[in-house]
Design a protein around this ligand. Structure first.
Ligand code: MN
Length: 167
């Protein structure tokens, strides 16, 4: 199987979402759903920085292209499409769900912003559904760069999240 064939590669997106607090939502396609995690501080390219990621309910695959304003209710606020691309699972013959069941999944991202190897590892905390999401060492790792600060804009519209509020 040619893993570079985009027809075979599942997609990922990262939404930047300013609800009651600003956070980032990592979404990984499995079939018709997007497995999802809220990452309060967003992704880092520094292997020394491990970010808390709280698993949240699956979203429909169609949500992967969403950018705009959630008008009311839980999550009300602007949602910006911060990154998109495809991913692969590394070092495992298992599906994404099977890896998640085991509590650890190695990922390779082919995004517009995120590149290379990351790990998602479940941790046991009082906060349920807690995972750590972090970069692992490869040629894309950078410890001198804060990607969320340096690359704040939408990959869809080029807008900043503050611009989504003004309509
Ligand atoms: Mn969110």
């Amino acid at each position: 199987m040619n893993k570079k064939n985009s027809d075979l590669s599942p997609i990922f997106v990262i939404h930047k979402h300013h609800a009651s607090t600003l956070h980032y939502d990592l979404r990984l396609q499995e079939g018709e759903v997007l497995k999802s995690w809220a990452i309060p501080k967003g992704p880092s390219t520094d292997p020394g920085i491990k970010r808390l990621a709280i698993q949240v309910p699956d979203h429909e695959l169609s949500y992967a292209t969403f950018e705009g304003i959630i008008k009311e209710g839980y999550g009300a606020g602007p949602v910006l499409l911060w990154d998109k691309g495809t991913f692969e699972i590394v070092d495992s013959p298992h599906s994404l769900s099977e890896c998640l069941e085991k509590g650890k999944v190695g990922l390779v991202f082919h995004g517009e912003k995120l590149h290379g190897n990351y790990l998602l590892v479940r941790i046991r905390l009082q906060t349920p559904h807690s995972w750590l999401f972090f970069k692992t060492h490869d040629e894309h790792a950078r410890s001198d760069y804060i990607i969320t600060d340096s690359e704040p804009y939408s990959v869809l519209s080029g807008k900043a999240i503050e611009e989504l509020r003004r309509k």
